[in-house]
Design a protein around this ligand. Structure first.
Ligand code: MN
Length: 248
């Protein structure tokens, strides 16, 4: 790459989140950066996009914006309008809490990275254990992001970093998505008028994980790097054909 790479940094935890600052520091060492992040916490917003309301982007300082929208809004607006050109790399995170296995369907961190990838940029979502100080993972994130930037491939990487990992290059394992178990919870409460309202979503539960899965790698103290593709077509089309056309 001849010119300095352009890196768009975002997250789903909001523009004030410490993980965003840590990731912006990493990005500044790798290229020119633009930070565009949601004004407030937008975790769990997946690939949501705001099509039926206006969006405002508030400049906080040079090349830092807070957007009153979703993580995907940030990447869309960021890469098509707030950046001087399409970014070479979109970095999303550092999320306090893993995004493993089926989490990728809910994760705003992954959603933002996926949007960057759809727009033609290389992209990487980074998550850690909830209790990890995001400044502690800057060095390993830098090393991984640098590899991605230097490659000629158009890729989307989902990276999860357990506590203490990243001191050695072989701490990173290329994985596939596993399955993450949660305590499935619907809690009904009453408001002051006596009407019911609900909290949904419980904490993660330990599950059985297989070698090669991101969940297994992280459970064993290793960094998982899962390359994602956005075509989720079932591998076995014939299963459906046999149901529709049993006589054939
Ligand atoms: Mn989050």
């Amino acid at each position: 790459m001849t010119e300095r790479p352009l890196i768009l940094v975002t997250n789903d935890d909001g523009v004030l989140a410490p993980g965003l600052a840590a990731l912006a520091e990493v990005a500044a060492k790798l290229g020119d950066t633009v930070v565009v992040a949601p004004e407030s916490e937008r975790s769990g917003s997946s690939h949501a996009i705001t099509l039926h309301a206006h969006l405002r982007a508030t400049p906080l300082r040079e090349r830092w914006y807070a957007v009153a929208g979703s993580p995907v809004d940030c990447v869309y607006l960021g890469s098509l309008h707030l950046c001087p050109r399409l970014p070479d790399l979109v970095l999303s995170g550092v999320n306090p809490g893993y995004n493993l296995g089926t989490d990728v369907f809910y994760s705003g961190t992954v959603g933002a990275a996926a949007e960057g990838y759809l727009r033609g940029a290389k992209a990487m979502a980074v998550s850690t254990d909830r209790d990890v100080d995001p400044t502690a993972v800057r060095e390993i994130v830098h090393r991984i992001a640098q590899r991605l930037l230097q490659s000629d491939e158009h890729l989307l990487w989902n990276v999860n970093i357990p506590p203490g990992a990243g001191r050695r290059a072989d701490d990173v394992e290329v994985t596939r998505l596993g399955h993450r178990a949660y305590k499935e919870t619907v809690e009904e409460r009453r408001d002051l008028m006596g009407r019911p309202y609900y909290w949904i979503g419980g904490p993660p539960e330990p599950g059985e994980h297989e070698p090669g899965e991101d969940t297994y790698a992280v459970q064993h103290g290793r960094i998982s790097l899962t390359p994602l593709e956005l075509d989720i077509t079932a591998r076995d089309l014939d299963k459906t054909r046999r149901i529709l056309f049993p006589e054939a």
